[in-house]
Design a protein around this ligand. Structure first.
Ligand SMILES: Nc1ncnc2c1ncn2[C@@H]1O[C@H](COP(=O)(O)OP(=O)(O)OP(=O)(O)O)[C@@H](O)[C@H]1O
Ligand SMILES: [Mg+2]
Length: 557
């Protein structure tokens, strides 16, 4: 009886799988005291069977009824049901007709986000955008175990978000020790991240040492050969010289020498390859006959070797590379001296003098023509580390459940530059290596975090493997459309908010979060150096001197 006498203020007038329509006669009476009711607010709809449907307001409109009175129509997106105190995604099991609709309280919303994740798996780096009091956690295991994509237009806050996530990941500790077991490698193309991770292992062109001899055959050919020319002679000589020199330098068991091949990660001297090519290019062979008359009488007749003069381009190309000091990090003496172990140690933060959770690899000085093979080599080494480490662990203990107890996160800023939706040769190596990690890395404890302002330009193979999305403000319609396609269709109009998100706001979707949510990412502690430049203030200051000489020194160093 009480129900009939209670003044009905709000009523559900339609229930669709993806939409709930509600009419409210007075918004003042409907909202919870002290809390604003807005697009994005949460509603609680109950039925007669003690189930509660949570929905999020998508839009408001005013309808004037026959009596000339104004009512409010609200359309809401069903998010999931609370039944017996548990939250279940999806809204289709609400008994019809629904009994009651009211705004959800802060406590109720908190409970949904909280309850789903075991406290020891909780990883928190954002708050609900419509209510900063509500902290939003993701399941840290599911978040880092599956690849993550951060997309957004320039200035939307991707670099800051990435910094926040990494800073929090390296700070959390399950005990009292000085450094946790997180391992993150950041490919930093714009020199932004040194300031965000002051304790990082910082590598740039001045101290990066990569051994060219660890490149695989495809990378070697991309680097040293004119692949467009598709010259078989070049290829043959190159391969022959490399394999021969690897065998020469090999110090292991004699019987293993025959197993050495073009892709073996073993030392060879690039100068030997050059000498060998030069030799073949100028080779003359004795015919076994002698001159019988003339000035050369008695000397053996010679004929040009089969490759005589045919390798000139190759020799020149090789010489140019070896003498190019911009490529010293790959071809210099240090690259010849460094061992496999030292190379891997430097990349994963196990240098002898310091351990670091984060390794920032500043790629800004790496010449463009070798960017792809540089990124490829590093990515591939990390992937193979995971692969062989798993094999080792399983060999030691066949019952081993955890494939890798030192899992690694690889972070690619401006990912479209390494893994584009393009088959151009210059991207081939990095694309292949990163796609392999996208497909198989998870099993070996190697995960990707990709940030990009041009999601539509990223390889689809990569994106379709991402399970967690942080979609920030995205204004380009092509990119919007592309991202929408990748997100679950149950998102309703939440995705339409993408172009209007504020700086640091994001649509957080994926396996690691109970509900797709619009969140405000926490500010990072140390900022990347990607802050907006205060043009107007700077321009209004007094004329500043420009030290061209200092700039030149930096340029030439
Ligand atoms: N969580 C946040 N809250 C408030 N402001 C933020 C937040 N994150 C970033 N910002 C602001 O937004 C601006 C741009 O951020 P950021 O450099 O991270 O953008 P971006 O998406 O990486 O841009 P680009 O694609 O050009 O690299 C910064 O000046 C920063 O102060
Ligand atoms: Mg950025």
């Amino acid at each position: 009886m009480a129900q009939e006498t209670e003044k009905i203020n709000a009523e559900v007038i339609a229930v669709y799988p993806d939409k709930i329509k509600i009419v409210v006669d007075s918004l003042e009476d409907f909202r919870i005291a002290g809390e604003a009711l807005q697009v994005g607010s949460y509603l609680k709809i109950s039925d007669n069977e003690n189930a509660i449907l949570m929905a999020i307001i998508e839009n408001f409109s005013i309808i004037v009824n026959e009596a000339g009175k104004r009512d409010y129509a609200i359309e809401a997106l069903p998010l999931g049901m609370i039944r017996g105190g548990k939250f279940i995604r999806g809204g289709d099991s609400l008994a019809i007709p629904p009994k009651k609709v009211e705004p959800a309280t802060e406590e109720e919303i908190k409970k949904i986000y909280d309850q789903y994740i075991d406290p020891k798996e909780k990883f928190t780096f954002a708050s609900l955008s419509s209510n900063p009091n509500i902290r939003i956690s993701v399941n840290g295991n599911k978040f880092f175990n599956k690849h993550v994509a951060i997309v957004g237009s320039t200035g939307s806050g991707k670099s800051h978000t990435l910094s926040t996530i990494i800073q929090k990941a390296i700070a959390e500790k399950n005990g009292s020790f000085s450094i946790n077991n997180s391992h993150i490698i950041v490919f930093d193309i714009h020199s932004e991240y040194k300031s965000a991770f002051p304790t990082a292992n910082f590598i740039d062109i001045k101290n990066l040492v990569l051994p060219y001899w660890l490149l695989n055959s495809e990378e070697l050919e991309e680097f040293f050969l004119d692949t467009e020319a598709n010259d078989h002679n070049q290829k043959f000589i190159f391969k022959e010289a490399i394999v021969a020199d690897r065998k020469k330098h090999f110090k292991g068991v004699e019987t293993n020498k025959n197993k050495i091949h073009y892709d073996s990660p073993l030392y060879f001297d690039i100068n030997y390859v050059l000498e060998y090519a030069k030799e073949k290019n100028t080779e003359v062979i004795g015919t076994g006959e002698e001159y019988v008359s003339g000035a050369k009488k008695g000397q053996e007749k010679t004929t040009q070797g089969s490759l005589y003069g045919k390798l000139t381009n190759f020799v020149n190309r090789l010489e140019n590379k070896i003498n190019d000091n911009r490529l010293d990090f790959l071809l210099g003496q240090k690259s010849k001296d460094i061992t496999f172990e030292e190379t891997l140690n430097q990349l994963v933060g196990y240098q002898t003098d310091k351990q670091s959770n984060v390794t920032v690899i500043d790629l800004s000085g790496v010449p463009f023509e070798v960017l792809s093979i540089t990124v490829s080599l590093i990515s591939r080494m990390v992937f193979e580390y995971g692969y062989f480490y798993k094999r080792l662990r399983n060999a030691k203990d066949p019952n081993e459940k955890i494939n890798n107890d030192i899992p690694i996160l690889l972070v690619y800023e401006e990912a479209h530059k390494y893994v584009p939706n393009s088959d151009l040769v210059k991207y081939r190596s990095s694309k292949k290596s990163i796609e392999r990690i996208a497909k198989e890395g998870r099993k070996y404890g190697v995960t990707l975090l990709l940030a990009s302002q041009r999601p539509s330009e990223i390889s689809e193979t990569i994106f379709s493997q991402c399970n967690n999305f942080i979609a920030m403000r995205l204004t380009n319609p092509v990119d919007q459309g592309y991202v929408k396609k990748l997100l679950p269709d149950t998102l309703g109009t939440l995705v339409d908010k993408m172009p209007s998100l504020k700086q640091g706001e994001a649509l957080l979707v994926g396996e690691s979060i109970i509900l797709p949510s619009i969140v405000q990412i926490d500010r990072c502690a140390n900022e990347p150096s990607s802050n907006d430049i205060p043009y107007w203030e700077l321009w209004k200051e007094e004329w500043k001197n420009m030290n061209i000489e200092e700039i030149k020194n930096e340029w030439y160093s």
